[in-house]
Structures are given as C-alpha cells and as structure tokens.
Design a protein around this ligand. Structure first.
Ligand SMILES: Cc1ncc(COP(=O)(O)O)c(C=O)c1O
Length: 392
C-alpha cells in the first residue's frame, strides 16, 4: 500500500469538526419518542397565504432555475422591506444575493470574503455553525465572551480581539442561544472598531422580528458608515416558520456582493424557484403578522420558562429569538451531554447540551438550551414530563 492510501478519506478540514450536535439530538429524540425542544423548527403550520403562493407557483410551472442571485420580484420585495422598516438603501441589482437559507449565505460570504489565515471574531456562546464556517473558509476564530447573566460585552476584551489580521466579526442579533438582543450602543462600539481596523461585519439577523418586551432590533448596516462594510444575513426560516424551504439572502456592498454571488453560484446555483415566488408573497404580509408572531412567541416563552423553573432549572430569560438557555447545576450531573441523554431517555424531553455553543466544552458543561417554537400542546406535554425531574 502506498503512503497516500494511508491518508484518511476525510479532508483535514472535515476532520476538524464534528457533526451538528443539535441535529444529532433531534435524531436521538425521535428514537426515544421524546418531545423535541432541541432543534429550532416550529411544529405549527406556516401562514396559509405563503403556502398558497408556493402551490400557485408550482402550478404555474415555475420549475426552472431562477437567476442565480435570486428572482427579481423577491429581491425587489426584500429591498422594499429594508427601505420601509429601517430606511436602508438596498439596490436589488447590486446589493442582494438570494441563497439556500442563511446557512448558505454565511458559508458563501465567508468563502467569498475571508482568506486562509485571516482572523474572524466570534462572540461566545455562539450558534454552532459558525465554528465549521470558520474552519471551512480557512480562518482562525478569535472568541469574545458574552458575560452572564445578561450576556454583556466587555468593551476592553472586544477591543483586544481586533488586530491587523482581523478580517471579519460575526454578530448574531437577536441571539441564539442566549436570547440577547444587541443594543444600539453595543453595535456602535462594534462599528467603531470595525471602522478603525477595516474589518467586515457579518450579521446574522434571522430572528429579527422575534423580540420581546419592547426590545429594539437594530441592523448593524443601518448605523452610520456601516452599510459598506456589513454583510446582513437573513432568511424566511424563522420569520415565516418555513425552516425546510431553505430560502435566505445576503445584503452587502456591490464589491462584496459580486464575490458572494460567484461563490453562491458554484455552490448551489440558486434557491428553489417556486419557493422564491412564494417568498415575495411572504414579504408582503401586513405588519400585524410580525406583531402577532412576536406576541405569540412571548406567550410560549413564558409557558416554557415557568415549567423549566418549576422543574429546577435556572433560566436566562431571553429578550429575543426562541430559545431559553438554562443552568442545570441543581441536578448534580457531571456534564451537559450526560444530562441531555438522561433527559431524553428517562424523562422524554430533548434539549441541546450547552457545550455545543462553546469552543471549550467545559464552559457549557452546566447548561442546556431549550426551544419554545412549538405548539402550546407540545409545551404542555414537555411540562408534564419535566415534572418528573428531581433537582438535588
Ligand atoms: C442563529 C442562526 N443562524 C442561522 C440558522 C439557520 O438558518 P437558515 O434556516 O436560514 O439556514 C439558525 C437556525 O437555527 C440560527 O439559529
């Protein structure tokens, strides 16, 4: 056997990360018939209007490739919404790329704008995809802590993370897993550092409309001088409860957009054409749709946090997104993965081990994340099952 045959089949890049813990928990939950409060997908229907628009598009034979960077009516609808809500000038011809979910938008952006060896700042705890995104683009992650209990930023620590090698910073607001909604002041501090160091901000804003108690969502790109150096990522998944449709977008400067479009084209060619037609209809839903979305999620948040607290978890109350990060130290388990398995196998409820949101697993070893993007009946069933748990 030659030397080359001894090489593992997986590439050095693929060997550096594991499969998604979140999606693994979902499969494990299904095996044990557990209530799945692990992966963030709704178990209630999507709005009728957009399902009808999708059916109509298929019937009308919208079956072939859309323009690689997105069907024009959908791009026009996105641009119009950012203008109407935030006063942002987005040119649908020059600043927009429609992608297969914000997941692909993030990967295409990283591959298009980041070079091997560049540093990318990631706030921690982080949505688990950002780790593999960084590795696949050859970047070196620099972690900056969000400090409990309010997940605040220490500006001194943030400042220290910037240097001549810093190429980009990833921000996710409203945040998964913490529920943090970055304040205008925090975003301004980030913007000032990006401008000082010539750094690109990549902001994942897919929970933009899911905010509570008067919190305000501020797109980083809307701050003075930031539209040129920000890539804003978003998708239909969470706002319209269609995580399986895989339709998202990236908004960026003309120069960044032409690089993102090239990578996107060769990665996927484009997002599903009939679903892009339905997406244009989604973006035309009335404002009352977004208000109700947030209100309904606030009720679900309160139901789940009450049952978690009753069962012995300490909850970090989220201001946005649809997850509750919890402290599990009162249960006396050595680590989060053991506890998550116990919860699925013996209690029948699935959650995500906190360690999957930290680069050092021990930092999340006494945490679990639960989602509340579920019907009231599902949350009630979870509450009944959690009632069997015994805190020490
Ligand atoms: C912060 C964050 N970004 C991106 C995604 C994936 O989004 P999409 O379905 O648009 O690819 C998720 C899904 O849970 C998420 O929580």
């Amino acid at each position: 056997m030659t030397e080359s045959r001894i090489r593992p089949l997986a590439s050095a890049k693929a060997l550096q990360f594991t499969e998604s813990v979140i999606r693994e928990m979902t499969r494990f939950a299904a095996q044990h018939d557990a209530v799945n409060l692990a992966q963030g997908f709704p178990d209630f229907p999507a709005p009728t209007e957009i399902k009808e628009a999708a059916v109509e598009a298929v019937r009308a034979d919208v079956n072939q490739y859309a323009i690689t960077w997105g069907a024009k009516p959908f791009r026009d609808a996105i641009a119009e919404r950012y203008r109407a809500i935030y006063g942002m000038a987005v040119d649908p011809e020059r600043n927009l790329t429609v992608t297969c979910g914000s997941t692909e938008a993030m990967m295409s952006t990283m591959l298009a704008l980041v070079d091997p060896g560049d540093e990318v700042i990631v706030f921690e705890p982080f949505y688990e995809n950002y780790g593999p995104d960084t590795i696949l683009s050859g970047a070196v992650p620099r972690y900056v802590q969000l400090h409990e209990p309010d997940w605040g930023i220490d500006e001194g620590e943030l400042e220290k993370a910037f240097n001549n090698k810093t190429r980009a910073i990833i921000i996710n607001t409203p945040n998964n897993p913490t529920g943090k909604v970055y304040s205008r002041e925090e975003l301004q501090a980030i913007a000032t550092l990006c401008q000082r160091w010539g750094v690109i901000a990549i902001t994942d804003e897919i929970y933009e409309y899911i905010i509570y108690g008067g919190a305000e969502h501020v797109p980083l790109a809307s701050l003075d001088g930031m539209s040129e150096r920000t890539v804003t990522l978003n998708s239909l998944s969470k706002t319209y409860s269609v995580t399986g449709w895989r339709v998202g977008w990236a908004i960026a400067s003309e120069e960044a957009t032409s690089a993102i479009r090239k990578v996107h084209d060769f990665l996927t060619v484009g997002a599903a054409a009939p679903l892009q037609a339905a997406a244009a209809a989604a973006l035309h839903l009335p404002e009352s749709y977004y208000e109700k979305l947030a209100r309904d999620y606030e009720v679900r948040r309160d139901i789940l946090s009450e049952s978690l607290e009753r069962a012995g978890f300490r909850c970090y109350t989220p201001k946005g997104a649809y997850y509750i990060m919890t402290d599990i130290s009162s249960f006396g388990f050595s680590d989060d993965v053991t506890f998550a398995r116990h919860l699925i196998e013996t209690i029948g409820v699935a959650a995500v081990p906190g360690s999957s949101f930290y680069h050092r697993p021990e930092d999340g070893a006494q945490k679990l994340r639960f989602t509340f993007c579920k019907k009231k009946a599902t949350l009630d069933e979870a509450a009944t099952r959690l009632g069997k748990l015994v805190a020490t």
